[in-house]
Design a protein. Structure first.
Lengths: 243, 458
């Protein structure tokens, strides 16, 4: 059976994505820092969808362990989904390098470290698909979350370059820009209902998108245009806005 | 962030903080920081039972933990909804032991309300099928069941979330050989006849009657009695037999917005009831149908509650002891005279149930919808007085307005229940608008006997 690796398997979005792939009869490899927290999810996927789900310890920030982690996966996943991310506390991160570093290294460095390894394996085998969950926050830096945004901007550029390289090896790379999503991460925020997706919307779009070999996926189509508008605001105006 | 929250009746609507959890440590973090909160599932109780200043949603705590397909035992976290469970168990030849009239409720909600179904007279309420469960109380997590920590168990079944947060439930399923129901519908000319028909057909596993309670004179209590059994493969049509355990197709209609409240006036309700009654042209219909229309006729209309308009509605459900048939007539008479409409009037005969605080007891239960309007609350108080007079009680999962004295007088074991709640909810951390209204979590008035009698209720 085809297998999907979910990196950062515990988040609301990851739970929904794993279920959607499992419903399509993929075996699921759940990877997160704390595997005991994945046990319920593992049982859930197996019972609901009759597929094989396994758990694997993976720490995005422990770059040195990534090669051994990927080596240990048996079988090698046909699709790798990089879901983990860390919003962090922008204000704190402005003056505290530890927080800033954590934001950058989780969203960018850690993702690059593991996806380099996955990509090289896929390139050698000339098969596989890589899905990166990035963020519209990476499309233009705003004062409210530019540390998260800049790390995601880096990740988006990485995915774009990776897509270009991997195309010549028959490997597909899809970048996902979810926009607002109702998750635990955003629970305290007041989000506009029309612009906000449910984790299950993201999951459906991801599974459909990868089958259609989409390159850049906006979960709600109008986000593409919202971001176009935001990106087209001249900098001398943009810098004065409270965003 | 505060948001406007209401349960299924859209009454009351309150400002409320709502958070969720998908792991125990996240729940523990909330419990450590929030002085008062109430668990909330899918918001399908009708009134204010899961509303409070802070509600903790269980919907993301939704993992299935075990399903023994040989023995029919199911184990899951509290936020799993019954519709998800049906999708897992029906294809394997199992069914819910008890299901209410909607499948869009969580398992945690099913326990907290101790829900009943059309088979109560045969199979009891949901609590009868639980083997064990976990509740996070103010004393910490406790595993309880009919045979362990029984006080906590019986105070949690039907206890409206006041003993703590239900996190895990393990329960027994019912074996089926097809996903179809052999249904029998019988028209009854009046209340007298439908009660007689209930008695004559009590061997049926499932029974319920829809009453047109606006009828007067000889047709007073005109109704349709609906009976059912799980169909055997031989009873299916050739086409149905090709996939006897098939899940029903998913098709959904929705009421997209609140209808203006004049849409449901006496005239339209009369017309609806007439159509409903008249669609059965023969006195008796026998057919084999999928479980979906039999158990969940209203689930086909997502958001049917919006049909009552923005003001919302109160569903009034009471139960009277079996020997109080006169009371049933008197109350129905009062409702009929008032003519304030009831889209839904459902009559059911409950079987015997020993319980601490659960709603069901042997007798007649009637459920009706009342759109919220001026004067409704005092009218319902009048009905409460009748229910009390005839020895009955009101279903807490439907309640949004009952006065505390009615509650304390009508539930016979309420003192003991309050004492157990006080033990496991010592600082009234678990509290809802309903529990405050009913004075169950009022620190001043709650009973002062934390020491429990050694004997267990069961």
């Amino acid at each position: 059976m085809p297998t999907v690796l979910i990196l950062g398997a515990g988040s609301d979005m990851a739970v929904a994505i794993a279920r959607q792939f499992a419903a399509e009869k993929y075996d699921i490899q759940l990877a997160a820092r704390n595997i005991s927290s994945l046990q319920a999810q593992q049982q859930d996927l197996g019972i609901r969808y009759g597929i094989r789900a396994t758990t694997h310890a993976f720490d995005a920030l422990d770059f040195g362990s990534h090669a051994a982690f990927y080596d240990s996966l048996q079988p090698k996943p046909d699709i790798t989904v990089c879901v983990f991310g860390y919003l962090g506390d922008q204000e704190q991160a402005q003056s505290n390098w530890q927080e800033a570093g954590r934001i950058i290294h989780t969203n960018y460095t850690g993702a690059v470290s593991i996806l380099n390894i996955v990509a090289n394996d896929y390139a050698a085998r000339r098969q596989g698909a890589i899905i990166g969950i990035s963020s519209v926050a990476g499309e233009r830096g705003r004062q409210s979350n530019y540390l998260y945004g800049s790390a995601k901007a880096g990740f988006t550029a990485y995915l774009s370059g990776l897509r270009n390289r991997m195309f010549h090896h028959g490997v597909h790379v899809m970048s996902v820009q979810p926009g607002f999503v109702y998750t635990r991460m955003t629970e305290g925020l007041k989000l506009p209902p029309l612009l906000t997706a449910q984790p299950t919307d993201v999951a459906t779009a991801v599974v459909k998108g990868v089958k259609a070999r989409r390159n850049v996926l906006y979960v709600k189509w109008f986000w593409r245009y919202i971001m176009l508008i935001i990106k087209s605001i001249p900098e001398f105006i943009f810098k004065k806005l409270k965003l | 962030m505060q948001k406007r929250l209401a349960n299924w009746g859209n009454y009351p609507v309150v400002s409320c903080e709502e958070r969720s959890f998908s792991r125990e440590d996240q729940l523990q973090e909330v419990l450590d920081t929030q002085p008062s909160l109430i668990a909330r599932g899918n918001g399908r109780c009708y009134g204010d039972a899961s509303l409070g200043a802070y509600s903790i949603s269980t919907l993301k705590y939704d993992k299935v933990l075990g399903f023994d397909t040989g023995e029919g035992v199911f184990e899951c976290q509290a936020g799993v909804t019954l519709d998800q469970i049906l999708e897992i168990i029906v294809p394997k030849g199992w069914f819910l032991p008890v299901t209410p009239g909607t499948k869009f409720i969580t398992v945690g909600g099913a326990v907290a309300s101790d829900v009943h179904g059309k088979n109560h007279h045969v199979d009891g309420a949901f609590s009868s099928h639980i083997t064990d469960m976990d509740v996070i109380t103010s004393q910490g997590p406790v595993t309880c069941g009919p045979d362990q920590e029984a006080d906590l168990f019986w105070a949690t079944c039907g206890g409206m979330g006041l003993t703590g947060i239900i996190t895990r439930v393990k329960f027994r399923l019912k074996k089926i050989s097809t996903s179809y129901i052999r249904q029998r519908q019988i028209k009854a000319r009046n209340l007298e006849e439908v009660i007689r028909l209930f008695e004559e057909n009590k061997h049926y596993t499932y029974s319920v009657a829809w009453i047109d309670c606006l009828q007067k004179g000889d047709s007073f209590g005109r109704s349709i009695l609906i009976l059912g059994e799980h169909a055997s493969p031989e009873e299916l049509s050739a086409q149905q037999r090709t996939a006897p355990l098939q899940l029903p197709a998913k098709k959904k209609l929705t009421v997209p917005f609140n209808l203006p409240s004049f849409v449901l006036n006496t005239l339209t309700v009369k017309a609806f009831n007439w159509l409903y009654y008249a669609k059965n042209t023969k006195r008796e219909i026998n057919n084999v149908v999928s479980y979906e229309p039999f158990f969940y006729p209203l689930d086909a209309f997502l958001h049917w509650n919006r049909g009552y308009g923005k003001a919302g509605f109160v569903q009034y459900q009471f139960v009277l002891p079996l020997d109080q048939k006169d009371g049933l007539v008197a109350i129905l008479q009062r409702i009929s005279d008032k003519g304030w409409g009831s889209f839904l009037a459902v009559l059911k005969v409950f079987g015997h149930q020993d319980s601490l605080i659960s709603f069901p007891m042997e007798g007649y239960t009637l459920a009706l919808d009342f759109p919220v309007r001026k004067g409704l609350l005092s009218f319902l108080d009048e009905l409460d007085a009748l229910v009390l007079q005839y020895g009955g009680r009101i279903y807490l999962s439907k309640d949004a307005r009952m006065k505390q004295e009615v509650f304390w007088q009508s539930y016979p074991h309420v003192q003991r229940f309050a004492a157990i709640v006080k033990h496991y909810n010592s600082n009234c951390q678990f509290r809802s608008l309903q529990s405050d209204r009913l004075l169950l979590t009022d620190t001043e008035l709650a009973v002062n006997s934390p020491k429990l009698p050694a004997d267990s209720l069961h």
